[in-house]
Design a protein around this ligand. Sequence first.
Ligand code: ZN
Length: 332
Amino acid sequence: MTVIIPKEVYFTVVAACVRFANRKRPKEDWKEVSGIFTGKFLENKNGKDLYVSACYPIMHDTFDPNNANVDESDPRTVIDGYEYSDEDHESFALIDEDAFSRGEFTVGWWHSHPGFKVMLSGFGDRKTTISYQAHNPLAIALVFNPDRLVRQIELPQKAGDPVRQLRDDPGFKIFRMEDPNDRYSNFYEVEYKIEGFEDNEQMVRSAQKLAIDITNFFSGENVFEIYDKFIDSRINELNSLLQGVEEYLHTLSRTGESHRIHEVLSSQTRDIRKFIAETFIKVENIREFMNYLEYKEQSIIIPKVDSILAEWDNTVSQLNANLTEIAKKFAF
Ligand SMILES: [Zn+2]
């Protein structure tokens, strides 16, 4: 059985995890992120494949990097800090219900090991995986390490052991417990295929680029505040650019350089359009990143983001009218 992971699902794992473990955050503030997958089984001549159709980030939690290097043979070691709240359990139920209405179901869970080895660690990971396999014997557990993707290295299990260089590695592995009734049983790796890329090299390059974009513009809890400030400053800047054009043209007409007004107006208009195009790229990023929010954040953050983006769209839509008005004042 192969697990099929579409590009959007992979990107959601990458983005949601990099958001809380990236180079803009001090390492002691790196947090584990976890979530679930929904999907369905596809029958084929080799049997069944598991198709993961959606990925839902659920929560992030604190992680103590001093505990990162643990002895895997000791099942009492707990390195995972995740603990689900009532709100998270509510998310699980809603997502499962929604999947069911599409003829799908929850097919497993995922979480990040920011800066440490990709495996099912300690009690927590095994217990959680078993609980998913109890409902569905073919359920999966995906473990992603942002550092593994970004630096293309396999971190050792114990401090001091050699670091292994990787090539075209997506930064995760998928596991399942051998015996879904025994949390002391071993886990094994499950084969997977990521869809939507030309090849592994292009896949890893795109995911690494996403990790950079996320680091720069989707890092930490306060993404709405960041976007609110950003759009606000862009609107102010656009207004002051327009005001600047008008003042410039006034000066020209006052100092007897009216013959330059046409030329100056078109070059300033070009600059303003360039500024808008640059902002547009960021606005598109913001829209895309809404897909990577935690489930419980969506209903709170998305409407607020929609409203600030509408403000920006509105400002831009008035631009032509504003420019025409300025041109009119100077007889164009
Ligand atoms: Zn873990």
